[in-house]
Design a protein around this ligand. Structure first.
Ligand code: R5P
Length: 269
């Protein structure tokens, strides 16, 4: 592996082999997502807890201070919107590799839609992006996207999508956690896996438990957004999840970290 590729990957994956990525790219097809209406304000208090942030070039340029940034995972696919929910798999590559280099991205990311009508096109998008990025030592993180079909998040499907992403050259794969068989998803994917959070769930403990379980089963960390920044106490969530990833905190310990931070915030009000 070239020095540049190794260097970029080491900006993302920490010396302990783990990673906490914070995505704020949701607007690229969802528009001003709840609590991400002003991405700069949402992300600022959370930056200290993220190893890298994932976002589009537009939000990077307009909302992130280049002097205070974290390593960037630049989303370079898109071209669809929630206004045409049935066509979310019609993504193309929206941002050039030259632009990724200009923006000093540590990695680029894009979605593949395995099993969707445009599967073929999105898999070729990934292959072509990898061909180009490898020339410049830029890692590609593939996102195994399911669009609105959240029920697809089960082991057999996820294992298929993750393996294909790795076979086509992704250096990191972002996928969903599943309670049953997640270890098989990880075993079948020869490159590191990070877990997305999906739509916000009701309880904090539920998030801590799945992050912890996924890591025990071999994921290197998370690329988790809404369950942090849509929460009433996003900093407390970020701190607790970071402790699971980098300090091997149990879900119960994470809960104590969350509660301690939340009560500190209440005292300051
Ligand atoms: C989808 O909008 C993006 O690829 C997100 O980066 C990904 O789904 C992770 O975010 P969340 O944890 O909110 O699902």
């Amino acid at each position: 592996m070239d020095w540049g590729m190794k260097n970029r990957l080491s900006q993302l994956i920490q010396p302990d082999g783990r990673a906490m990525f914070l995505p704020i790219d949701h607007g690229y097809f969802q528009g001003p997502t709840y609590r991400l209406e002003e991405p700069g304000k949402t992300i600022e208090p959370l930056l200290p807890y993220a190893d890298a942030i994932m976002l589009t070039r537009g939000i990077l340029r307009s909302c992130i201070d280049p002097a205070k940034s974290k390593p960037i995972i630049l989303r370079v696919s898109g071209g669809t919107s929630m206004a045409r929910k049935d066509e979310l798999d019609q993504e193309g590559i929206t941002t050039s590799v030259k632009e990724a280099i200009r923006l000093n991205a540590s990695a680029v990311s894009m979605s593949i839609f395995v099993g969707a009508p445009n599967e073929h096109q999105t898999l070729l998008n990934l292959s072509n992006l990898v061909n180009e990025c490898e020339e410049y030592g830029i890692p590609v993180m593939a996102v195994t996207a399911v669009g609105t079909e959240l029920e697809k998040r089960e082991a057999r499907y996820l294992a298929l999508a993750c393996r294909i992403a790795a076979e086509l050259g992704a250096r990191v794969v972002k996928t969903y956690y599943c309670r049953e068989g997640f270890e098989k998803v990880v075993r079948g994917c020869p490159v590191p896996i990070v877990m997305a959070g999906g739509p916000k769930v009701e309880s904090e403990l539920e998030v801590f438990e799945f992050v912890h379980d996924g890591i025990q089963k071999g994921a290197i960390g998370v690329n988790l957004g809404r369950n942090i920044w849509q929460h009433d106490h996003p900093v407390a969530m970020a701190k607790a999840i970071r402790a699971i990833i980098h300090e091997d905190a149990t879900p119960k310990e994470a809960m104590s970290i969350f509660e301690e931070e939340r009560s500190k915030e209440k005292d300051e009000e």
